[in-house]
Unconditional design. Structure first.
Length: 261
């Protein structure tokens, strides 16, 4: 049975302040919970109907996790989904250390003022797809442990490290030789550029793009051109941030992969 205290605790974790206070977050749905259980993250407790617990008993036995059998109706009381999806888990927020700017290796994604949970989750999922395992976000970006963000990642939250910092300070301490790729209107056509070094892909907010104070740090500007079909009348002023991120990650990672960089 789902007690009043359980309901209160789970619902509190939908709020950033209480997630930080308890050092925990919610994962909901079969896909997300399965990824969580298979990862190195710490699962504190699983709430699910008996049918789901029986079906996943072999996986659950491998870990020392507290299990709580609940009914589908009880799951609805704490679910953040329109249609509750079989299982909900509470996990510990991992402790990650922000690397010093001069110690960065590989490709890093930097997100500036991303406030939409769906966009944030999609960007984490996109980074995972292209093998980018580190994301550094501005302090005003949406919390990655927001339930809507976690849901949108489709399990990628288990494989991508997401950190938060003051981006102007971070970029200000960055060695000049590290490439910083960012979409700017005056940048060259990304489809005609050659990428030979891993670095940082900087993505601006949904409504304002890259912050004015960060633009000076973009030493590898680029532009995503529009290709109009014959007779097409394109009135769109800009791309969604997560779509722009996907295009940029694709083009850069494609070239670096071909060159084994």
């Amino acid at each position: 049975m789902l007690s009043h205290n359980h309901i209160k605790h789970i619902n509190s974790l939908k709020i950033k302040k209480f997630r930080q206070q308890h050092g925990a977050f919610i994962v909901e749905g079969e896909k997300g919970v399965s990824e969580l259980l298979a990862s190195s993250l710490t699962t504190v407790k699983v709430f699910a109907p008996g049918e789901w617990l029986d079906k996943n008993s072999s996986l659950l036995r491998q870990k020392a996790i507290e299990l709580q059998e609940i009914t589908p109706d009880e799951l609805k009381k704490v679910s953040d989904l329109i249609t509750p999806n079989q299982v909900l888990a509470i996990a510990k927020i991992p402790e990650y250390t922000l690397p010093a700017p001069g110690e960065l290796t590989g490709m890093t994604l930097a997100l500036d003022g991303i406030r939409d949970p769906g966009n944030m989750g999609t960007m984490i999922r996109t980074a995972d797809w292209f093998g980018i395992k580190r994301i550094i976000c501005s302090s005003d970006s949406v919390d990655m442990y927001n339930p809507k963000v976690i849901q949108s990642t489709m399990g990628s939250f288990c494989r991508v490290t997401v950190l938060y910092t003051d981006l102007p300070d971070f970029f200000g301490a960055l060695p000049a030789e590290i490439p910083v790729y960012g979409a700017l209107l005056e940048g060259p056509d990304i489809t005609k550029m050659t990428f030979t070094h891993q670095g940082i892909i900087l993505i601006g907010s949904e409504s304002h793009g890259i912050s004015l104070e960060l633009i000076p740090y973009v030493n590898k500007p680029l532009h995503i051109p529009r290709f109009l079909l014959t007779g097409a009348d394109n009135q769109a002023e800009s791309l969604n941030a997560s779509i722009a991120n996907g295009i940029i990650c694709y083009e850069i990672c494609k070239q670096l992969s071909k060159n084994n960089l």
